[in-house]
Design a protein around this ligand. Structure first.
Ligand SMILES: Cc1ncc(COP(=O)(O)O)c(C=O)c1O
Length: 355
């Protein structure tokens, strides 16, 4: 098995503490600038209050989310979660049981399948196009069963970085019956700088059966804090709220979330760095003759050269202090997170040396 990335292990566990400190971690799509400084300040100011429980109601952050997203959304359109992953878990708990099934389009974020299986639900796979990673609304329509409760859509998709626009979103909405929930995972949306993503908020406001997942782990740089949220019509939100444990989002996360949301400078810096780094990495890999997919996320997917095993290349990159991730659901591919220029350049030099 590859040394390079093991989803359930930290870099320290994989390569040891000393090595990890010198490693360019380009495997988990984290923010290379770290947390929003405003979030850090808010957390520091809250430290002396940690002897107290968080406020019983999380309304302050939900109201701020409504204000920031605007367009007439209210706090009732939002549910907070312990990372976007918990929003996915709450969805599975609220909608799935052993008699039900989900539909996903591999290669897909593994948490969809994991949380569905935890509820005993069956899994229907309608793979993305093997060349372009496009969704097939017609194939999805045909594959949906009477037992299907949730269809998972991810845009920009992890691990491919690929996106689709409004026309495909509408085709997907038409393809999925009204009584089946579309989970629309948009945790990478800030990074989509070259395309216009579908207007999913219009679908939420139109009370469509759509639940949108966002995260503070990516553009806000708070992956370690565990904070995410979902957006949907109030009936969906109430169903998920009913699954929550009290105080599941901790007091620091509530404060940091409020501060990070309007730290537009940090978001802008993050997105600008990402757009430039993504272009540099993509073009450099292409210049080496490698196949690269157009990414609108904070990572780039590429195919490893013929005759090279992706896991072996990932291991060799470790020797150059670069940690990347073999792309889940895709043999012969690696996924590299965009980092700071020095790391991106080190990665490109290492690739040149290795292939
Ligand atoms: C597609 C997708 N959805 C959801 C998440 C959840 O992120 P988190 O639980 O860190 O908010 C991730 C994290 O990598 C992701 O890639």
């Amino acid at each position: 098995m590859s040394q390079a990335y093991q989803a359930n292990k930290s870099s320290e566990e994989i390569v040891g503490k000393e090595e990890a400190a010198q490693m360019y971690k380009m495997s988990a799509n984290e923010n290379p600038f770290g947390p929003s400084p405003r979030a850090t300040e808010a957390m520091q100011a809250s430290l002396s209050q940690l002897g107290l429980y968080p406020p019983y109601s999380d309304i302050a952050l939900r109201e701020k989310l409504a204000a920031v997203h605007g367009r007439g959304l209210t706090a009732d359109n939002f549910v907070l979660s312990n990372g976007g992953s918990e929003a996915l878990h709450l969805t599975a708990m609220a909608y799935l049981d052993a008699q039900s099934s989900i539909l996903q389009c591999p290669p897909a974020f593994p948490v969809y399948e994991r949380t569905a299986k935890q509820q005993g639900a069956g899994i229907i796979n309608v793979p993305l196009d093997s060349e372009t990673f496009a969704y097939y609304p017609e194939a999805i329509k045909k594959a949906i069963q009477p037992s299907t409760r949730v269809v998972y859509i991810c845009n920009p998709n992890n691990p491919t970085g690929t996106t689709f626009a409004q026309d495909v979103f509408e085709a997907l909405l038409s393809a999925i019956p009204d009584d089946v929930l579309m989970v629309y995972d948009e945790v990478y949306y800030h990074f989509a700088s070259n395309v216009t993503l579908p207007d999913v908020i219009a679908a939420v406001l139109a009370e469509k059966n759509v639940f949108v997942v966002h995260s503070f782990s990516k553009s806000y740089g708070l992956a370690g804090l565990r904070l995410g949220y979902g957006m949907g019509r109030p009936e969906i939100i109430a169903r998920l709220e009913a699954q929550k444990n009290a105080f599941h989002v901790n007091a620091l996360a509530l404060k940091a979330g409020e501060a990070a949301l309007t730290d537009y400078e940090h978001i802008q810096k993050t997105v600008t760095n990402n757009t430039a780094g993504r272009k540099f990495i993509s073009e450099s890999l292409q210049a080496m003759g490698l196949r690269v997919w157009p990414s609108e996320a904070n990572f780039v997917l590429f195919e490893v050269p013929q005759g090279v095993a992706a896991a072996d290349l990932a291991d060799r990159l470790l020797e150059h202090k670069i940690m990347v991730r073999p792309a889940f659901g895709l043999d012969h591919h690696l996924r590299v997170s965009v980092a700071l220029p020095e790391a991106n350049e080190t990665f490109v030099h290492a690739m040149k040396a290795l292939i």
